[in-house]
Design a protein around this ligand. Structure first.
Ligand code: SAH
Length: 366
């Protein structure tokens, strides 16, 4: 019998589960409180031993195991590698800002989108995460670091709009009063541009911030680095963005990873500015591209990054250059999972090749 993941259940579903086990209704509230605190069944000491044993028999919490932690010596950014019950790996990153703690979480174990500059490309897609598994990352980070998270960005591994139902269920759970109670306005959902789902999200009445990974304002060039653009080209993407801003009155953030010699010319800045001016309610976030082995992409030097930002600014476009956190721990998502997945694969290959013993070197915990 497959075990039920308690973090997947909303209040009503948890009450039904508790009733199905012939327990009084108030047990649901007790379990929910302890789950939100990240407790394991053994740690749910507000329940009797028998109830805990029964839960362990038929359920799992959904709080992932911490498989690895890297801590930046530069700015306190903490990167987590989490392992789900079936062994799939995902990453989350905790960042400290002047306004509080923000966590970047994953929506899938792997990604099908194939963006050429991304660390998630090349490692096979495992599966989408459930709502509880997405929520479990936030809870596990809070517990591990003993902090209260105020902001969430779904910008880790995976394409959130390719796992739409679970992501929306997560958003409803995490914003609920009886959940972690994080304001929808303090949550960003980042997409490479799955157009039909942008319309659906706009109609959800969830005032989350939409981030669109743009990276190039020309169709032919964007298609070369982001295959999704062949399916949903820029005019369709911007039409969906216009609908989103109209419906939600929320400003959209456009992520633009600057790659030297690829998308950092004046021609790119001018076209980007033209598109932004048409949309109005928008902001551009420039990110010097993170080096990912095998991609060959390099970031422009500081002077060129500033020149690009200046060109947008001069045309009245709201623009920032993203401050980099956790540079010493490769904090950009996907990289730790990639490394661990490759190490595990190598160990597996060595095993099947009949090598008696393999030493897996763990990444340095910094
Ligand atoms: N699939 C979603 C969210 C995950 S990627 C999306 O595409 O938005 C999170 C962000 O990191 C996206 O903006 C993505 O384009 C960007 N990104 C991926 N690899 C990067 C790299 N090597 N350097 C800089 N940004 C990168």
């Amino acid at each position: 019998m497959e075990k039920i993941r308690l973090l997947d259940l909303d209040t009503h579903e948890l009450e039904e589960f508790v009733a199905s086990k012939n327990l009084p209704k108030y047990r649901a509230k007790q379990i929910a409180e302890r789950l939100t605190a990240g407790a394991s069944f053994e740690e749910m000491t507000n329940l009797s031993k028998d109830v805990r044993a029964m839960l362990a028999e038929c359920a799992v919490t959904g709080i992932p195991e911490v498989a690895d932690v890297k801590r930046s010596q530069l700015d306190g950014t903490v990167k987590f590698l989490f392992e789900q019950e079936d062994g799939v790996l995902v990453e989350s990153v905790l960042m400290k800002y002047s306004y509080g703690y923000s966590v970047c979480i994953s929506s899938q174990a792997g990604c099908k989108m194939g963006c050429r500059f991304c660390a998630s490309t090349g490692i096979p897609f495992s599966r989408s995460l459930s709502a509880g598994e997405i929520l479990g990352q936030v809870i596990a980070v809070q517990k591990h670091e003993n902090v209260r998270i105020g902001h969430i960005v779904i910008m880790g591994i995976g394409e959130p709009l390719d796992n739409y139902d679970n992501v929306v269920k997560f958003l409803r759970r995490v914003t609920a009063d009886e959940g972690l109670n994080v304001g929808a306005r303090k949550i960003s959902v980042s997409t490479c541009g799955i157009v039909p789902k942008i319309y659906t999200l706009a109609d959800e009445k969830l005032p989350v911030t939409l981030s669109v990974s743009l990276h190039n304002p020309f169709d032919s060039e964007r298609s070369k680095i982001m295959p999704i653009n062949k399916k949903y080209p820029l005019d369709e993407l911007f039409e969906a963005c216009r609908y989103y801003t109209e419906k939600t009155k929320r400003r959209i953030t456009f992520e633009y990873a600057l790659i030297a010699g690829v998308n950092d010319s004046k021609r790119h800045a001018d076209e980007l500015a033209a598109r932004m001016k048409k949309l109005k309610l928008c902001h551009v976030n420039l990110i010097p591209v993170n080096k990912v082995s095998g991609t060959g992409f390099e970031r422009p030097d500081r002077k060129n990054i500033e020149r690009f930002a200046g060109l947008l600014d001069a045309q009245g476009v709201s623009v920032t250059v993203r401050r980099e956190l956790g540079r010493d721990i490769d904090a950009a998502c996907g990289q730790l999972r990639k490394q661990t997945a490759e190490e595990r694969k190598a160990a597996e290959a060595a095993k099947t090749a009949g090598v008696a013993e393999t030493v897996i070197e763990k990444p340095d915990n910094g």
